[in-house]
Design a protein around this ligand. Structure first.
Ligand SMILES: [Ca+2]
Length: 411
């Protein structure tokens, strides 16, 4: 249909409010598209790019491609060629898209999109095998395509508003991967389980600045399970806009939220967020410290060079103790930020070096309940002078009140 001649308000009126808002934010017209069945474009259960393109052309921008209760074979990467395409399965335990590369050939992704609004719902994306853990956790860094690191969904070319709903992603290196220079603007992950080898939701950028602040809003990850696979790498959610490079902008992630998620003993960083502001982490269960960690760093939440973040009402467990294993590491690495943080109403358990370590200014620690099985020297450790730390409400340590001597502000 020709939408260019229709006034904008007419298009919005016909569209659910949320879709209309997304369309306005992303600057694309709302197009309804059609619902088609993949069966009409593939005579067998192997889906080729040609068949996938035909289905998308038939569905049109905004269209839906339905998959039945079957296992579909994906021999090569499938690319999206239309905006706002939904792949709709019959349920995560019923519809399987299975990576099935020709012998000796590996692809960089099962699904790859440079289109806005790509949505995967109610299906399992299953890789060919778990990757062997490599010697470095950081092979994604600065690399456009990394040999041997495969993603279930790879996002390129500024694609926004990617959605993964009611699905399972397993047996592959990375769940949702934003390539270098990409930002998870409008990413929505809901009711989805990740059992992946290296990282689950990954956005790393150290090389391709500047990124426009306007492109980094409203990432919402809720009700997701991040399951550690023994013997493999472990990052849950990595949002890294460059913690290892010189002065860079702090990216405003206004409206971004990680909530009601379960992080099951991720071996490295369940949540690793660098150089951002305005993100809330709340109501999660976060287990840190699985076996197989490669370099000794284990924290439930690791944040560097950030401002204005809230870590509220989480249950956090830390199982490994060495000099790097704090529950929360919130620090300045390169830039003089790391301020305006609220850590409140959390329940913290485990064996730890400290509960919090970092170099922070102007932050609040309120109503946190800590029980640890060892005797850390400090609960809050290593703040530079002068720090502005507000202890509020009732903070406890092993059933007693937090003391000023539990807080080391003179490292
Ligand atoms: Ca086919």
């Amino acid at each position: 249909m020709n939408t260019k001649t229709k006034p904008l308000n007419m298009k919005i009126k016909k569209t659910p409010i949320l879709l209309g808002a997304v369309a306005l934010l992303s600057g694309v017209a709302t197009l309804q598209g059609r619902t088609v069945s993949i069966a009409d474009f593939s005579s067998d259960n192997t889906i080729t790019q040609a068949e996938f393109e035909q289905a998308q052309r038939s569905a049109g921008n905004g269209g839906t491609i339905r998959f039945e209760s079957l296992t579909y074979s994906i021999p090569r990467t499938l690319d999206f060629i239309r905006n706002n395409i939904t792949l709709a399965g019959a349920g995560a335990g019923r519809t399987f898209l299975e990576q099935n590369p020709p012998s000796g050939r590996r692809s960089v992704a099962m699904l790859r999109t440079s289109r806005n609004g790509t949505r995967v719902q109610e299906m399992t994306l299953q890789g060919a095998n778990f990757p062997t853990y490599s010697s470095s956790l950081d092979v994604e860094e600065g690399a456009r395509t990394t040999t041997g690191v495969e993603a279930a969904i790879q996002v390129n070319d500024g694609a926004q508003n990617i959605q993964v709903i009611g699905s399972v992603i397993r047996r592959i290196s990375v769940g949702v991967e934003y390539q270098a220079g990409e930002v998870p603007n409008g990413l929505r992950v809901r009711n989805t389980r990740f059992v992946t080898g290296r990282a689950m939701v990954n956005s790393r950028d150290t090389t391709t600045f500047p990124i426009s602040n306007s492109l980094t809003r409203n990432m919402i990850i809720d009700n997701a399970d991040f399951i550690y696979r023994p013997g493999h790498g472990g990052r849950g959610i990595t949002i890294d806009f460059g913690n290892n490079v010189g002065a860079r902008p702090v990216i405003d992630m206004q409206g971004s939220l990680i909530e009601n998620c379960n992080f099951d003993t991720i071996s490295h960083f369940p949540i690793d967020i660098n150089r951002v502001s305005n993100i809330t982490i709340r109501d999660n269960v976060i287990n840190g410290g699985g076996a197989g960690n490669q370099d000794g760093f284990v924290q439930c939440v690791h944040m560097e060079d950030f401002t204005t973040c809230r870590i509220v009402n989480n249950r956090m467990f830390q199982r490994r103790r060495n000099d790097n294993n704090d529950v929360l590491t919130l620090r300045v690495h390169v830039q003089g930020t790391g301020r305006d943080v609220v850590v409140a109403d959390n329940t913290i358990r485990g064996s730890v070096h400290s509960v919090m370590s970092g170099t922070l200014e102007n932050w609040t620690y309120r109503n946190n309940d800590v029980r640890v099985s060892n005797s850390p020297s400090f609960i809050i450790n290593g703040f530079r002078q002068p720090s502005t730390i507000r202890l509020r409400g009732t903070n406890t340590v092993n059933g007693r009140a937090l003391r000023r001597s539990d807080v080391n502000t003179n490292p």
